[in-house]
Design a protein around this ligand. Structure first.
Ligand SMILES: Cc1cc2nc3c(=O)[nH]c(=O)nc-3n(C[C@H](O)[C@H](O)[C@H](O)COP(=O)(O)OP(=O)(O)OC[C@H]3O[C@@H](n4cnc5c(N)ncnc54)[C@H](O)[C@@H]3O)c2cc1C
Length: 159
C-alpha cells in the first residue's frame, strides 16, 4: 500500500480519515488484525477544518454559480476571453484531481458560453448537472438558476 499522504479534498471525510489511519499505522508498523474494524474518527465540531471533496464541491459551486449570476449581460471581448480562460485555469488547479479531470473533459466538449450572463449561467447549470448525473443526484431545473443564485425565490422566502 502506498504511503502517499491522503488527499482530503479528493474524497469524502470518512474515506479520508480511514486512509489517514492506514498510512499512520503503516508508518508506525502497526499490524492490522484480520477482524479489526477500521477506526474512523467522527468529524469534530470545529468549523475551521480543511475541506473534504463534498465541502469543497458545494462551496466551489456556490462561488462559480454566483460569479456567473453577476457576469455582465453584454460582456466585452476581453471579459469573454478572461472568463473562458478562468474556467480552463480553474480546471487545472481544482484541488480534487478526479473532479478536475472530469471538468477538463467536459470543457473539451462543451466550452464556456461567455456571450452573456444568461448564456454563462445556463452553461454552468448544464455542466453541474452532468456531475449530478454522474453522481446519481437529481438534476437541477436550469430555468430556476437565477432565482437560486441571484434573485432569491419568487415566493420571497429569501428576502
Ligand atoms: C467543478 C466540480 C467538479 C466536480 N466533480 C466531481 C466528481 O467528478 N466526483 C465527485 O464525487 N464530486 C465532484 N464534485 C463535487 C460534487 O459536485 C458536489 O459538490 C458534492 O458531491 C457535494 O454535493 P452537494 O449535495 O452538497 O450539492 P452540490 O452538487 O455541491 O450543489 C450545491 C447546490 O447547488 C445547487 N445546484 C445543484 N445542481 C445545480 C445546477 N445544475 N445548477 C445550479 N445550481 C445547482 C443546489 O441548490 C445545491 O444544493 C465536483 C465539484 C465541482 C465544483
Amino acid at each position: 500500500m502506498s504511503n502517499e499522504k491522503p488527499c482530503r479534498a479528493c474524497t469524502d471525510f470518512r474515506t479520508w480519515a480511514k486512509r489517514q489511519k492506514e498510512v499512520y499505522d503503516s508508518e508506525k508498523g502497526v499490524q492490522k488484525k484480520q477482524d479489526q474494524t477500521p477506526v474512523t474518527s467522527d468529524k469534530s465540531n470545529r468549523d475551521d477544518c480543511p475541506l473534504d471533496k463534498d465541502e469543497l464541491g458545494s462551496k466551489s459551486w456556490a462561488f462559480l454559480h454566483t460569479m456567473a449570476a453577476y457576469y455582465p449581460d453584454k460582456p466585452t471581448k476581453n471579459q469573454k476571453a478572461d472568463m473562458n480562460n478562468f474556467f480552463h485555469i480553474f480546471s487545472k488547479f481544482y484541488p480534487c484531481n478526479i473532479c478536475a479531470e472530469d471538468l477538463q473533459e467536459q470543457l473539451k466538449h462543451s466550452p464556456p458560453e461567455t456571450g452573456s450572463q444568461e448564456k454563462l449561467s445556463q452553461w454552468l447549470c448544464r455542466i453541474h448537472n452532468e456531475v449530478n448525473k454522474k453522481l446519481g443526484k437529481a438534476e437541477f431545473d436550469c430555468t430556476l438558476v437565477n432565482q437560486r443564485w441571484r434573485d432569491g425565490w419568487l415566493d420571497g422566502s429569501c428576502d
